[in-house]
Design a protein around this ligand. Structure first.
Ligand SMILES: *Cc1c(COP(=O)(O)O)cnc(C)c1O
Length: 405
């Protein structure tokens, strides 16, 4: 029975600065990609520590631009994780390449050893996903990419605010000089930094940055424009079959202020994750998500894992019990092979990922966002604990079950 408290799975944190900036933009007479997008790109580039940043209208667009800009297409294979949003795999298919799935490790991120097993003569790239905001073992993945001459495109949809060896995702590892070809961030409504819809793709490759910029807006070259600018503002040249992936100034107006608050947002997420740990840490029916010693978790998601062998319920029943207590949850993610369209790949041995499928059965994402009140976090944590206690297997049942076999 709900006691009247409702904790939705997500609420955005939009401040007065974002609202004022949008109003100024609307009054400025410049609505689409312009000065505010240029400023957002500059500030994001400086924040990440990457030489180039291109604002796009989604992370999906950023991933697609990176694949297209790197010339990945038909006949190529791209290795990624089954525990991701469908966009990661869709863009591989849109580029004409073939997705290959490698299994995850206990933390839910791509397991470099599983990736190594999938590398073959047609492998061209790896797309790791920093699931929930926890950085992947990038040093191991970069080493694989170096050895096999593969491209690396990070799906950093969850990772704004995360750090790897002390540096923001997108900066690479300055100690080794290893870096990805491109890193794509999402500013979708529920992500750690939002513009409603939007994204950013960063790179240190000037040539790739140029191609992505041209592909981003119909294949129109700005340099061609500049060359002919003195002949009149109407002249432009299409150099490539491009896309329509640009971010508007209305969206960038929101993004500029969200970026300036990202550090504050991330600290609140860290504090709330610690609160969950305080309340749930000694509950043996649950396994809590952990960080990595070399990283800062962005805590985009709090991916709780149920120890189903200690519970008399399924994950779905656990979620239903929380819903009855007024708590919104989600599951990240339904593994790629379980979707009807991708099921056609699932039977192939190169896409068999038993650990991702087993982890999926245990996953519940709890609400975690800066607009939550501390009391809401405490209520959620106490509710999770009470549901775990209600469904916990009795000792006698344990003993009986053990005696049975
Ligand atoms: C949200 C998300 C995306 C897509 O981001 P958009 O900005 O909506 O295109 C890609 N990958 C992952 C893992 C995501 O969670």
């Amino acid at each position: 029975m709900s006691i009247g408290i409702q904790v939705p799975f997500h609420r955005p944190s939009i401040g007065q600065e974002e609202i004022d900036e949008v109003v100024h933009t609307l009054r400025s007479g410049w609505l689409t990609t312009g000065p505010r997008t240029a400023l957002f790109e500059r500030e994001f580039r400086d924040y990440v520590g990457a030489p180039h940043a291109l604002a796009v209208n989604s992370c999906t667009a950023g991933l697609h631009l990176a694949l297209a800009g790197l010339g990945i297409g038909p006949g190529d294979e791209v290795i990624t994780t089954p525990l991701t949003f469908c966009a990661t795999v869709n863009v591989i298919l849109h580029s004409g390449a073939t997705p290959v799935l490698a299994d995850v490790g206990p933390d839910g991120n791509l397991d470099p050893a599983a990736v190594a097993e999938r590398i073959g003569p047609h492998t061209k790239a790896i797309i790791p996903v920093h699931l929930a905001g926890l950085p992947c073992d990038m040093d191991a993945l970069w080493e694989l990419a170096r050895r096999h001459n593969l491209r690396m495109i990070e799906d950093a949809a969850h990772a704004a605010g995360a750090r790897y060896h002390g540096h923001p995702i997108g900066a690479g590892n300055p100690a080794t000089g290893a870096r990805s070809d491109a890193v794509a961030f999402s500013f979708y409504a529920t992500k750690n930094l939002t513009t409603g819809e939007g994204g950013m793709v960063t790179t240190d490759d000037a040539a790739l940055a140029d191609v992505m910029k041209i592909l981003c807006l119909h294949g129109i070259s700005k340099d061609a424009w500049n060359r002919y600018a003195d002949k009149g503002k109407w002249l432009y040249q299409v150099l490539l079959p491009g896309f329509k992936y640009n971010l508007t100034d209305i969206q960038s107006a929101i993004g500029i202020h969200q970026l300036r608050r990202l550090e504050e947002f991330t600290r609140v997420r860290e504090r709330y994750a610690a609160l969950y740990k305080d309340v749930l840490g000694d509950c043996e029916e649950l396994e809590l998500p952990r960080g990595r010693p070399d990283s800062r978790h962005a805590w985009h998601l709090y991916g709780l894992r149920l120890n189903l062998d200690k519970l008399e319920c399924s994950r779905d029943e656990f979620i239903e019990a929380l819903r009855e207590l007024g708590i919104g949850t989600s599951v990240h993610f339904i593994p790629i092979p379980l979707h009807p369209f991708f099921a056609r790949f699932a039977d192939r041995p190169e896409n068999y990922c038993p650990r991702a499928l087993a982890l999926y059965e245990r996953l519940v994402s709890l609400p975690l966002y800066p607009a939550m009140e501390e009391a809401e976090v405490e209520y959620t944590a106490e509710s999770v604990k009470s549901v775990a206690m209600r469904f916990r297997k009795k000792r006698a049942v344990h003993a009986l079950a053990a005696g049975d076999d």
